[in-house]
Ligand binder design. Structure first.
Ligand SMILES: Cc1ncc(COP(=O)(O)O)c(C=O)c1O
Ligand SMILES: N[C@@H](CCOP(=O)(O)O)C(=O)O
Length: 466
């Protein structure tokens, strides 16, 4: 399998290099040159497989011969064994044909674990083989950071630097990152927002000279193709659990960086019957505004009760734009360069095509709280604020009540006690046992100004062999 850049001007790479590369040299994101396609019969034959066996079938064509099949199988087995539920991603029914798929049963309680606990193992495997070192530089609005630290902290060949927006993640999220001790783990709180952190990461990939040529950067954000690849699997898992592939499913996906919903879009292209994909955003609704009015326009980033989705510059949207533009990298490059100067639109026929692929909705804090309360009162089931946005958007956008609608449950409610309290419920979501002493653990974090050179100097000084 070969991977090409969405900006059309970087060398095509194999899986191993794509895993280590992050951004392409032309500033684009890597995507597979062609997608595998599974027939209905083949998908049907996967009924009854364990999550890791299913994951092998879905992902193996992307990994190809870069990793021997038995080694890859073993990695998947170890990864999903660590999840706290036998089903790995259990489905919970809220109403007739209305489901939540719980993607927060991994070690750090968010959907990021599905990909990042695997990514750590993949990196370790490849770096050990190459006897190579990398500096991981990642941006987080709260969840990627802890999942990446957990996934990579035992990797011998990495130093990891995670940038989060200072005072803009929940206390549980912050502590999940800052209380993990290790010489190779560094948390940086940037006096800015998530977009600032993500911009610094992307600019650093573009010019890595601050590392003095002694090592190279690797990415844990969903700019890394391996992240998206692992997130495709649970769409197949949900389908097979609910009667697929002989019936179609709809999905509602709480969206920020567009990685998770892009994985759903790929699952559909790979042959999974999906009749509807709903983009669910909070008030940082650039994607919803684009889907409703063909206007892609940055607004001021707002702080909401769903902080992990406080994102305006949505990385993976570029991967969709690439497809919408007939995979013409030059057109994508031109569009995204113009988007930095002001609002842009795409040709009407391309936009209409996007509208056929996705529905969308934006849910504000009040509606988020109403949804948390309503679902708890009716079902005694506690939603985290991000999942609540997905459930509300699913209800607002649903096209066919006869089709099962699955909202991706992207985080555990215990990560966001303030949002639960804000919704008027007195119930206190409990952290699982392995995190029971989270508030007693010592924190380690450096607060830096919103300044790329300060962040790069910090990294250059602190990586192990600097
Ligand atoms: C809890 C939670 N829900 C939803 C999202 C949005 O996912 P994506 O960025 O893949 O759109 C994120 C992070 O991005 C998240 O942490
Ligand atoms: N919501 C994310 C933001 C980063 O998104 P990613 O999927 O590109 O890593 C977070 O919680 O950090």
């Amino acid at each position: 399998m070969r991977y090409i850049s969405t900006r059309g001007d970087a060398p095509a790479l194999g899986f191993e290099d794509v895993l280590l590369t992050g951004l392409a040299t032309d500033g684009g994101l890597y995507v597979p040159e062609s997608l595998p396609h599974f027939s209905i019969e083949e998908i049907r034959s996967w009924r009854g497989l364990s999550y890791s066996e299913l994951a092998f079938n879905v992902m193996h064509p992307f990994v190809d011969d870069a990793i021997p099949a038995d080694d890859f199988r073993a990695m998947l087995e170890q990864t999903y064994k660590e999840f706290a539920h036998q089903a790995v991603a259990p489905l919970v029914q809220l109403d007739t044909n209305e489901w939540v798929m719980e993607l927060f049963r991994g070690p750090t309680l968010a959907f990021k674990d599905f990909a990042l606990q695997l990514l750590g193992r993949l990196l370790d495997y490849v770096l050990e083989k190459r006897k190579q070192h990398v500096v991981i530089m990642g941006a987080t609005s709260g969840d990627t950071g802890s999942a990446a630290i957990e996934g990579c902290r035992r990797c011998e060949h990495v130093d990891i630097f995670i940038l989060h927006p200072h005072e803009r993640v929940s206390e549980v999220q912050r502590r999940q990152m800052t209380t993990v001790q290790g010489d190779n783990i560094h948390n940086i709180a940037v006096r800015g927002n998530f977009d600032d952190c993500q911009r610094m990461v992307k600019e650093s990939f573009g010019d890595q000279s601050f590392l003095g040529g002694k090592t190279q950067l690797a990415a844990v954000n969903s700019i890394n193709w391996a992240r998206i690849m692992a997130q495709i699997v649970y769409y197949f898992h949900a389908s097979l659990a609910l009667g697929g592939p002989d019936r179609s499913l709809a999905f509602s996906v709480p969206t920020g960086n567009f990685g998770d919903i892009f994985a759903g879009y790929l699952a559909k292209k790979m042959g999974l019957p999906i009749s509807q994909l709903v983009i669910a955003t909070n008030r940082n609704d650039i994607l919803h505004r684009f889907m409703s009015g063909n206007r892609y326009e940055q607004h001021q980033l707002e702080h909401t009760l769903s902080p992990s989705m406080d994102i305006m510059v949505s990385s993976n949207f570029e991967r969709l734009l690439f497809d919408l533009h007939g995979r013409d990298g030059a057109l994508v490059k031109d569009l995204l360069e113009r988007a930095q100067q002001g609002p842009v639109s795409i040709e009407d026929y391309r936009w209409r095509h996007a509208r056929k692929l996705f529905d969308s909705d934006a849910v504000d804090d009040k509606l988020t709280c109403d949804t948390i309360r309503e679902v708890f009162e009716r079902n005694e089931y506690l939603l985290d604020p991000h999942t609540a946005i997905g459930v509300r958007a699913a209800r607002n956008c649903r096209r066919d009540p006869a089709v099962p609608m699955v909202t991706l449950g992207t985080a555990h409610p215990a990560k966001f006690p303030d949002a639960i309290a804000e919704s008027g419920l007195s119930v206190k979501p409990e952290l699982p046992v392995h995190m029971a002493d989270l508030f007693d653990r010592e924190e380690r974090c450096s607060v830096l100004e919103n300044d790329l050179s300060a962040v790069q100097a910090f990294i250059a000084d602190h990586w192990k062999h600097a």
